[in-house]
Ligand binder design. Sequence first.
Ligand code: TEU
Ligand code: CA
Length: 630
Amino acid sequence: MLTKKSRIKDVYANPIGRDIINRMLLQMNINRKAVTNPIVGNLKIMVLPKLLKNQLDEGFVDTLLTLLNTEDETVRSTDEIIPREWWKEAVFYQIYPRSFKDSNGDGIGDLQGIISKLDYIKELGIDAIWLSPIYDSPNDDNGYDIRDYHKIMSDFGTMEDFDKLLTEIHNRGMRLIMDLVVNHTSDEHKWYQQAIHEPDSKYGDYYIFKPQPNNWTSFFSGSAWNYVEERNQYALHLFSKKQMDLNWENEALRHEIHDMVKWWLEKGVDGFRLDVINYISKRKGLPDGNKSIGKLMGYYGVEHYFYGPSLHDYLHELKEKVFMPYNAFSVGETPGAGMEMSKLLTADYRKELDMVFSFDHLETPGHTRYDDYQYDLNYLKSCMVNWMENYGNHCQPSLFYENHDNPRMISKINANQKYRYVLGKLLAVIQLTLRGTPFIYQGQELGMINQCFKTISEIRDVESLNLYDELCNTMKEEEAFSKILTGSRDHARTPMQWSGEQYAGFSTVKPWIMMDEDYKSCNAKLQLQDENSILRFFQKLIALRKEYKVIYYGNVIVSNKKVKDLFTYYRKDENEALYIEINLSTTNKKRTKHPKGRLLLSNYTEDILSSKDRLSFLRPYEANIWAIYP
Ligand code: TEU
Ligand code: CA
């Protein structure tokens, strides 16, 4: 049991403590050594607020202690052989159905549209598809607000279309995982309607009600509580005002969810991506959030649910009762979970989740998504090295940069068109040659970039729109708009660029969301005809990954760890060895070693050995994969 008198090194030895301190340092942009050096390590916890630039109040220490004392287990490290699993060898592809392909000319992507593009996905080399939500929904948050778990959204088609999609995916030897959104439902879901109209029925306790709100804030701006007239109470919504948080403490509710998940597994789906699954357990009594944590993280109350007291129990129950009998795969979306928490959620012998998405690598220290800054690839390198070296053989890393909630990665790093494709290929090399399961987001394989939204009327995303309104209280409209533009999730939601035809071959009519002119030069059709395109590069790289199996389970040995702008590593097992060398900068970078072996793939197309200089330098953003002798 940790107390105020415990030492800082004890906090750091505690899995949650380590993640929290690391997270705070990240947010404050303070070097880890500020707390890990032995002198500081021996100080008592009480001095932490002072140490961390006086940004923390007294209550912080108590809050921290409560959190720390809920977890004392750590995942044992091991040299045991990594157990083989299909999902450790698979390359996943995420589809955001609304923006993928419209088959019936209403400007909205749909299931038949996806079916028509399955051959494209197969040719890319994809093994499994993750489909963002396709369930019936009033679309306050584009399907992440579910009204009926057993019905297909009418914009997307029918249950027959879904059955056909699943069959066609399986026919091509691919798998399908669905998005499972069970932290909340739409306020139009019948459970919620019953809960407010018949509070005494069993549904009365399915959601989280309180006589008075606490200070928690919503991720989509403002208070996390709606006043509910029917009950003269407040109801919790961590996301939009129409996404009501479910009460997982209620056993009947948990069973309903289990049954619903089984229903989909009976249909033959292969697994799930679980939306904000680490938020499902909230601290008893729903206490106010600590103010300094709230200020630092931008949201009040997070410490009471991002790693809640019953989280492990709920996940374990779900795995044993529902996923295991069907051999179903699960990847949890876990915003705020650091490496130690991720280990505890995914270590194979603990039987909770197979994998998680952690987000620490998406913004460099001191920045959030809505800050306008240039992402430093050296930070990506440090994150990747850390995960490769410390995540352990019981856990499988996920490898991704993009999804439907984040701007395009190329745009974050360098908006100069000149580097666009070479950079996109560099990112692909890292993603597909490290140990872990890659998730490619639609359009990433084309090198899609952020789009030029011109006015707020073109923005569709509820998060951006709410934030815009909030910002307009304190700044000029233009300023607010430019802030929105930096981080808006809509950048990832513009239509997939299939061809240079009008509306990019996505639809025959004006799409539900704007697109600029980029599709005229950047589209799948053109790229398929160009041997050197980024799309072709992805195909080759995925094929290479399947040929050199050392990439799945082999060791990762990083060299030049301390050399800035250079990312080099070996992948080795007893049969094969690869050497990957990457220049993270826009200037020539001196090689520390010239690899002996065969060049398998490079993001530069000219022959690498043609000139003498080429032997000693890597060109801007150059990334090469070599087969060397094991
Ligand atoms: O996202 C959860 C999440 O925490 C963020 O990534 C989210 O985009 C938000 O910006 C936090 O500030 C998941 C889904 O991926 C997202 O699309 C949904 O809107 C959200 O949950 C609610 O279901
Ligand atoms: Ca359509």
